[in-house]
Structures are given as C-alpha cells and as structure tokens.
Design a binder for this molecule. Structure first.
Ligand code: IMP
Length: 193
C-alpha cells in the first residue's frame, strides 16, 4: 500500500518510515511530484492538517496523512497556535517569534503552555485525526542550543531543562509530535492488519 506523508521534510519522513510495517510504501510530497505549495489557510491545526491530507487525496488519488503543530499558551488563550511559525510575521523568524511571546506574556504570571500536534488521515473513503500534547512552561530566557522554534524557552512538565537542552533523544520520546505519531501508527496498524 502506498501512503503519502504530506511533507517535504525528509527528517520527518524517515522517522515515520522506521516505524511502519514494510508493506507500506511511504512517500513524501517530493516523491509524488507535488511541488506546488499547499496553502495552509485554516484557522486551527485540525483544519490545516485536513487541508494538506485532502489536497493529496483529491489531486493525486493517493492515501495520505498530514500533520500540523503549534505552541498554545494558556494565558494567551491558546495563541500563537496555528500561526506559531508566523507569529511575528511572514518571515517565520524564530527569534522574533520568541520576542513576541515574551512581550505578550510580560504581564502574566501564568507561564503554562503546551505544544500540540494534529495528524489528519485520509485513507480510502475514511477520514480521521489524532493529536499529541506535551504540557510545560515557558521561561523568559533562552536555554540550550538544540531543537528549533520555541524549544529554547519551553520546559516540558516533569523536567528541569528546555527542549533545546534535552536534545532529540529525549524530545522524540515525549514530544507532541511523537505522541501523535504513535497514536496514528497504532490506529493505522489496526486498520491495515
Ligand atoms: P509544524 O507544523 O511542525 O511545521 O510547526 C509549526 C510551527 O510551530 C513551527 O515552525 C514552530 O514555530 C512551532 N513548533 C512546532 N513544533 C515545535 C517543536 O517541537 N519545538 C518548537 N517549536 C515548534
């Protein structure tokens, strides 16, 4: 069975490939010749994940899944959420995004936040989605060199270091993305076995 992961990111692709049964041929957007930019115009992570998965199903007639992730800050009613990458503008500047988080959190004592990933799946005639969440707290300085995005300012619950300090070995076990992927894979195996 061919299954498309609606991403151009080879790291994400390889990570999932390792976890899939051998009879599933996992393909990226590049593999299927999809070079057009799929516009993420949704107002939620769910909408954006479905936009990408449905785009591939409709235009390429291939089974597909897609993910979308974001940082959701309690005191900011879940912002930046779906616009996490573009919080401080379309240039997708990590440093500017972090500065904006700090600015908006300045007058709040509650620094709790979570990362959330939604995976939307379109297989044959069925659609479903699953999510992964990691709770934690934001700090007002950057710690650590690893990771990306908001990792240097996010300390996951139960840990004393940021995602950027913990490194990929730990992060890949406890992250929102890891949890959503595990749920997706266990449900997928139930369906195809
Ligand atoms: P994506 O949907 O995985 O591309 O994530 C969208 C945006 O959310 C990223 O560009 C980051 O700003 C933020 N984000 C998502 N996951 C993470 C993470 O694991 N660490 C830090 N930032 C993240």
């Amino acid at each position: 069975m061919k299954l498309v992961f609606a991403t151009h990111n080879n790291n994400k692709l390889e990570e999932v490939k390792q976890l899939l049964p051998a009879h599933i041929e996992l393909l990226s957007l590049t593999d299927i010749g999809c070079t057009e930019e799929i516009k993420e115009t949704g107002s939620t992570l769910e909408e954006n994940a479905y936009i990408k998965a449905r785009y591939v199903k409709t235009h390429y007639s291939l089974n597909c899944f897609a993910d979308d992730s974001g940082l959701e800050i309690d005191a900011l009613d879940g912002a930046p959420g779906v616009i996490s990458a573009r919080y401080a503008g379309p240039q997708k500047d990590n440093e500017a995004n972090i500065q904006k988080v700090w600015g908006n959190l300045k007058n709040h004592t509650d620094k709790s936040a979570q990362f959330r990933t939604v995976i939307a799946v379109c297989i044959d005639e069925t659609e479903w989605d699953c999510e992964g969440v990691v709770r934690g707290a934001l700090i007002d300085e950057k710690r650590g060199e690893g990771g990306f995005g908001y990792d240097p300012i996010f300390i996951p619950q139960g840990y004393a270091q940021t995602f950027a300090q913990l490194g990929s070995d730990v992060k890949n076990k406890i992250s929102h993305r890891a949890k959503a992927t595990q749920l997706f894979l266990s449900r997928l195996k139930e369906i195809i076995d």
